[in-house]
Write a protein of this length. Structure first.
Length: 318
């Protein structure tokens, strides 16, 4: 870009040097004997079936089998194109995690906190969200809604509704929610709306800024021992290529660092029409395919889910 090294822009390079110096002072090395003892203890906990050893469960058995749950300190990216359902899927993950005892922070930059609450109520009550919003609710459905609100009140779910949230604000919210929390989970919806506090210093270079955002999110997750889930848009496919409709990690919008920094990358895929679904290389109509495209802790794979609009929920296809 005109010979400018964006990794040495005024302000950014100095901040990196300062952070590097602080890290050198605050990161004492551990002896290998300490680490092997920790690993051995964790292995025994898994063998004895301690639920805490399996991290944050997604609520989908086949996915949990591949992941062994989300582990503290992991940065997980969930990507899809617009309209495939990544926010709905993330809300299902949040509900399932909270129901199993996790504290959840849902940081929404894309929609209002009130809309998130509506979606959670409808998912819990198994009521269509368009009926909920229009007031077309039967007495039986109202009873389900009242019961769902009571159940949600018992769950440890926090919603941060800040349209212009930057990484520094998120870090503060994460520190507060992580205090005394059991298996804390943070969901950020979504990455491309986030900025660094000194965003102007990047001079519009979003690739570098998104790379730094991902690095900061990963550092927050590791420092606080939380699971960090970030939602991401995908670029439009090149329809002229074979198998173009299948999402790929390199299509994550903004920077190659999204894939590189993530411990886990899950991509959501679905067929838009019945004609598309009839193809051998596409998911069946009505199926949302979770493609585990990167998994630093185990194998990759695919899990098929069915989204039911009548319940606002995803269910695993057996």
């Amino acid at each position: 870009m005109g010979g400018v090294d964006f990794y040495k822009l005024p302000g950014i390079d100095a901040a990196r040097q300062e952070a590097s110096g602080a890290a050198a002072e605050d990161s004492p090395a551990q002896g290998i004997s300490e680490l092997t003892a920790e690993v051995g203890t964790e292995m025994l906990e898994v063998m004895t079936g301690n639920p805490d050893a399996f991290g944050v469960q997604t609520g989908y058995p086949s996915l949990d089998h591949l992941l062994i749950g989300f582990q503290p300190g992991q940065l997980i990216t969930i990507g899809s194109r617009t309209g495939v359902g990544k926010t709905a899927f993330a809300l299902n993950l949040a509900l399932n995690a909270a129901a199993s005892g996790s504290r959840v922070l849902f940081a929404t930059l894309a929609t209002s906190g009130k809309e998130i609450a509506q979606r959670l109520i409808c998912a819990q009550a198994m009521v269509r969200i368009d009926d909920f919003r229009s007031g077309r609710i039967s007495p039986e459905e109202m009873a389900c809604i009242n019961e769902a609100v009571g159940e949600l009140d018992e769950l440890d779910i926090l919603v941060a509704d800040t349209p212009r949230m930057n990484v520094e604000h998120l870090a503060g919210s994460c520190r507060k929610m992580a205090e005394g929390a059991t298996r804390p989970l943070v969901v950020v919806d979504f990455l491309q709306l986030m900025h660094m506090e000194d965003s102007k210093a990047y001079r519009g270079n979003r690739a570098v800024e998104i790379a730094d955002i991902m690095a900061e999110l990963k550092a927050i997750a590791r420092e606080l021992g939380i699971v960090m889930v970030v939602l991401s848009q995908l670029n439009r496919p090149d329809y002229g290529k074979p198998d173009a409709l299948r999402p790929r990690p390199w299509q994550l919008t903004g920077s190659a660092a999204i894939e590189q920094m993530s411990d886990i990358v899950m991509l959501l895929d679905k067929s838009e029409t019945e004609a598309e679904a009839a193809r051998d290389d596409r998911p069946d109509f009505g199926i949302t395919r979770v493609i585990l495209a990167k998994n630093n802790s185990g194998p990759n794979g695919e899990v098929d889910l069915m989204y039911l609009p009548t319940s606002c929920k995803f269910y695993e296809v057996q």
